[in-house]
Structures are given as C-alpha cells and as structure tokens.
Design a protein around this ligand. Structure first.
Ligand code: NAD
Ligand code: UFG
Length: 338
C-alpha cells in the first residue's frame, strides 16, 4: 500500500517505516521536526536501502497536506504526529489540543478531499485512567487523567464519528502501552530532547553517565515491591503492530480500538535490574514521592490484537533493556552524535 506516515521521523514512526518497507509498502513522511531531526530519515534510508519521500510540514497546515496528498496519493495514513508529554500537557493545554485535535481534524479533512479512507491512529493506554480491573480490555471504561490523555480519547471519538458517517472508512485505534527499546542495528532509538520524562530513557542516561541518579517515584503502591507496574512493549513489536493494522484496514471498515502490549508487567525495580544486567553498570537510585497522576499498575489484555490483527509481541524484557543500552552506548548524544 502507499502509506503516508505523519510524525515518521519520531521514535515509533522511524521504527515503523523500516517494518513497512520490509513488507513492500511504499512510504511518505510528513514531519515538522518539532521533536525529531532529519538525521533520522537518513538513517532509516541507510538501513533499508529504500525510498522515502518526505515533506517538512505541520499536520495542522491544510495547504501542505493537500500538496502531500496530491504528490503521493496515499491509500492509508498512519498518524503518529502529535505531542506526548503528560506533564507539559497540563501547562500548555491549548497547544496540546491544537496539535493533537486540530492536527487530526485537519488531516481528516485533507484525507476526505483526497479520497483516502483508511487511518491508523496512535492512541494510548492512558485513555483508560485508574483501572477498575486489570488487565485492561478494550471494553474497560475510559477516563483519562491528563490533558494529554483527553486529547487521545477525543481524537479517538472524532475518528469513530467520522467512520460512522461513511460505510467505507476505516480507523484502527492502536492503544499503545509503554514503548521501550531500540532497533537491533542500534542506529534508531528514543532520543528525548530534554530531561527524559519516561523511565527507560532516564535509566539509559544514568547508565551512560549523563545523569547521576534515577528517582524512583513511589515505593508504597499496592504492588509486590511497592513501585509502579507497567506493560512495556518493544518498539519493534509495536512497529509491526502497525503493519498488521494496515493489513486489517485493507479488508475491514469501521472504527476499532486495539490494545498493543505484551500482557505482562514489570516494576520500576525490575526495569532497573534488567538494565544493570544488560549494561553491566550500576544504576544509582533515590527514593522519591509518587509522581502526580501515576497509577499503581497497568497491564494489557492484548487478545483482541492477537486474534484480529494476527499480531503478537515477541520481544522480552532482556531484549528491551539490551537494545536500549546498545542504542544509548553507540549514540551517547542521540542523533546529535552524527
Ligand atoms: P515522537 O515525539 O518521537 O514522534 C512524534 C513525531 O511527530 C516527531 O517526529 C515530531 O517531530 C512530529 N510532530 C509533532 N508535532 C507535529 C506537527 N504538528 N506536525 C507534524 N509533525 C509533528 O513520539 P513517539 O513516541 O514516536 O509517539 C508517536 C505517537 O504515539 C504520538 O502521537 C504519541 O502521542 C503516541 N504515543 C506514544 C507513546 C510513548 O510512550 N512513546 C505512548 C502512547 C502513545
Ligand atoms: N518512573 C520513575 N522514575 C522516572 C520515570 C518514571 O520511577 O524517572 C516510574 C513511573 O512512576 C511509572 C513507571 O516508571 O511507575 C513508568 O513511567 P513512564 O513515565 O515511563 O511511563 P508512564 O506509564 O507514566 O506513561 C507512558 C507514556 C504516556 C502513555 C502511558 C500509557 O509516557 O504517554 O505510558 O501507556 F500515555
């Protein structure tokens, strides 16, 4: 298929480009580099020997989108472009609604004008909020606890209403759990611009000596070791879920959410221990209070994605830690290493 990938220079988008090209899909990227660098696409090109058409532009720019649609004529869109920092979303709510909601609406309008009828959307497990039961299945009530989470749920609702109004449209809503890890080449990985918000990149920066100590947010949760439990998913598995979703979208209409996780969860202490083994380095930790908005535990019931997308996670915790370390140690300063 001809696939337009918005936000394709980002962490998940870049890994997905490689998996798409490996399966014979033809790709085009639109990215404004708000949280990425053009180096990423050069590295993807080098790893794939493939063709990537790319446009620099904002997903809220209707004129640019028309230009991209006219030049590339996509049969499907994978919509990664967006903002994702939970804490920042509370400080800059209008910015988050603008990029994540206006961006999605502008894209849908452009797809309508161009006759493109399929979209794969980057949603998040954060749409569920405080668990009423675990693992979450897709029928679990949604009650996001952050501005960021509400933008994801609203975008899901917009996509669902769009599809409901037209019998031949498809929206696959992928609710990612916690993406971690890096490409086996160690040439692609997560490269946070500032202080990392997320656990794995923070641990990696402590291991490489860029930061002194990992703060463990809360040790009094109702979990076996008192620290938060999450369902970490290797980014290569996550990338492959998008290829599976495209196959699904080729033969199904309607809007459907899918959990994308492994079904297992690990504590903060488990992650530190796995990283110490992978890196052979000690990770100093400091106990800190709970972080506002965090839940004790998250875990995916991924059986719908397993059954309907034919997708299964295959990478375990060791690989998540080892690939993150390989990426971090090969690229001390991320993509600025080039
Ligand atoms: P990322 O920041 O690495 O990638 C997002 C990409 O979109 C970047 O390349 C950025 O430059 C681009 N972008 C941002 N605003 C844009 C705009 N207005 N126009 C065009 N391009 C724009 O993030 P990621 O981790 O790869 O996440 C991709 C998507 O998955 C996001 O929508 C995010 O909300 C969602 N998601 C991420 C996680 C996670 O933990 N990484 C979890 C659940 C959902
Ligand atoms: N944690 C620490 N110290 C840190 C960072 C995190 O102890 O420096 C802990 C957190 O308290 C939590 C766990 O590590 O228990 C994971 O935290 P992350 O920030 O890595 O991930 P979250 O589960 O908070 O959030 C992530 C993404 C969201 C997404 C959510 C749901 O950041 O965008 O997963 O899948 F919505």
């Amino acid at each position: 298929m001809r696939v337009l990938v918005t936000g394709g220079a980002g962490y998940i988008g870049s890994h997905t480009l490689l998996e798409l090209m490996a399966q014979g899909h033809v790709v085009c990227v639109l990215d404004n580099y708000a949280n990425a660098t053009p180096t990423v696409l050069n590295r993807v090109r080098a790893l794939s020997n493939g063709q990537i058409t790319d446009f620099v532009g904002d997903v809220r720019d209707a004129k640019k989108l028309d230009e991209v649609m006219a030049a590339f004529a996509p049969e499907a869109v994978i919509h990664f472009a967006g903002l994702k920092a939970v804490g920042e979303s509370a400080q800059k709510p209008l910015y988050y609604y603008d990029v994540n909601i206006t961006g999605t609406l502008t894209l849908l309008h452009a797809m309508e004008r161009a006759g493109c009828k399929r979209i794969i959307f980057s949603s998040s497990a954060t749409v569920y909020g405080e668990p009423q039961y675990l693992p979450y299945d897709e029928a679990h009530p949604t009650n996001p606890m952050s501005v960021y989470g509400r933008t994801k749920l609203m975008a899901e609702q917009i996509l669902t209403d769009w599809v409901a109004a037209h019998a031949d449209r498809t929206a696959v809503l992928l609710r990612y759990f916690n993406p971690v890890g890096a490409h086996p080449s160690a040439d692609l990985g997560e490269d946070p611009r500032d202080i990392p918000n997320n656990l794995m990149p923070f641990i990696a920066q402590v291991a490489i000596g860029k930061r002194d100590v990992l703060e463990v947010f809360g040790d009094d949760y109702d979990t076996p070791d008192g620290t938060g439990l999450r369902d970490y998913i290797h980014v290569v598995d996550l990338a492959r879920a998008h290829v599976a979703a495209l196959g699904y979208a080729a033969v199904h209409n309607g809007a459907r959410p899918f959990n994308i996780g492994t079904g297992q969860n690990y504590s903060v202490r488990d992650m530190v221990a796995a990283f110490e083994i992978a890196s052979g380095r000690n990770i100093p930790t400091k106990q800190s209070p709970r972080r506002a908005g965090d839940v004790a535990a998250m875990q995916a019931d991924a059986s719908r994605a397993n059954a309907e997308l034919g997708w299964h996670a295959t990478h375990g915790l060791d690989d998540m830690a080892a690939s993150t370390w390989a990426w971090q140690s090969k690229n001390r300063n991320g993509y600025d290493t080039d």
